[in-house]
Each structure stands twice: as structure tokens, then as C-alpha cells.
Ligand binder design. Structure first.
Ligand code: NI
Length: 148
């Protein structure tokens, strides 16, 4: 268990695309545990592996009573209405921008043991997943932010 450094904009790693995870081993589990420790220490609600300098398709979410990781997440469908909400990012302290996201998404991903899952998500959790999946493509909230 360890709290690791979070890379901040304009660190170039934040602009790179993450690789697919192929090894579901102890190294993956300890990375996920470190990511949770780090995110919790910052009172964050989501974190993507590139934010801790690891270009692998791993995101974690912790919102209200739900805490989970998604490995190799893919958003299969965007639906529902779109809404606007202010977002922040642990890699961009002090920055807050309004971002349009879909309310409902269908997601396919894997768990830390490699098991595949598919589910629908809406509201805040769907928003966090969309934000974190953007990190895996090197996309930051300022790329999507609406002018104030
Ligand atoms: Ni972020």
C-alpha cells in the first residue's frame, strides 16, 4: 500500500494513449491498491493509471457507496440526455470547467482477475467513467470544457 505522486498538467504522459492490460497478476492488483490509496488521500472520486505515470488502461471510481476498478474499459453505447456539470481533475488542481456528458452509458470492461463485465451506468458514476476513459486517450477536461 502506498500513496504515489499524481502527475499534473502539462506533464506529457497525460497526453499519451494507454495500452491494453494483458497481465492480470499481483503487479496489477498492487497498482490498483496504490491508485485507491492515492485517490482516497486526495479525496478524489476517480483516477486513471496515466495520472500516476502508468500508460495502461486502468481506471478506478469511488463515489458514495460504490468503489470499483475497470480494466480495459470500453464505452459501447452513449444514450440518454446529455447534461452539463462542472468537473475538476486531480491532474489539474484549481481548474473547474463545465463539461457536457451523456447521462447513460453501456460499458464493457474487465476486473482485476481478468473477468469480463458489461453494465449500464447513469448519472454521476457514468460521468466519472467518461472522464476517466478520456484520460486513457490523453484527453483532459479543458479539451471539452464549455466557455464560461
Ligand atoms: Ni481527471
Amino acid at each position: 500500500m502506498a500513496i504515489v505522486d499524481i502527475l499534473e498538467y502539462p506533464h506529457p504522459v497525460l497526453r499519451q494513449k494507454s495500452e491494453i492490460v494483458t497481465q492480470f497478476d499481483d503487479g496489477l492488483t498492487s497498482l490498483i491498491v496504490d491508485m485507491f490509496d492515492t485517490m482516497d488521500s486526495m479525496k478524489g472520486i476517480g483516477l486513471a493509471a496515466p495520472q500516476v505515470g502508468v500508460l495502461q488502461q486502468i481506471i478506478i471510481i469511488s463515489f458514495e457507496s460504490q468503489s470499483f476498478e475497470l480494466i480495459n474499459p470500453k464505452i459501447l453505447e452513449f444514450s440518454g440526455k446529455r447534461d452539463i456539470q462542472e468537473e475538476g481533475c486531480l491532474s489539474m488542481p484549481e481548474v473547474h470547467v463545465d463539461v457536457v456528458r451523456h447521462n447513460t452509458i453501456k460499458v464493457r470492461a474487465q476486473k482485476r482477475d481478468g473477468k469480463s463485465i458489461e453494465f449500464e451506468s447513469d448519472g454521476m458514476i457514468a460521468r466519472i467513467i467518461q472522464h476517466e476513459v478520456d484520460h486513457l486517450d490523453g484527453i483532459l477536461i479543458t479539451d471539452k470544457g464549455l466557455p464560461k
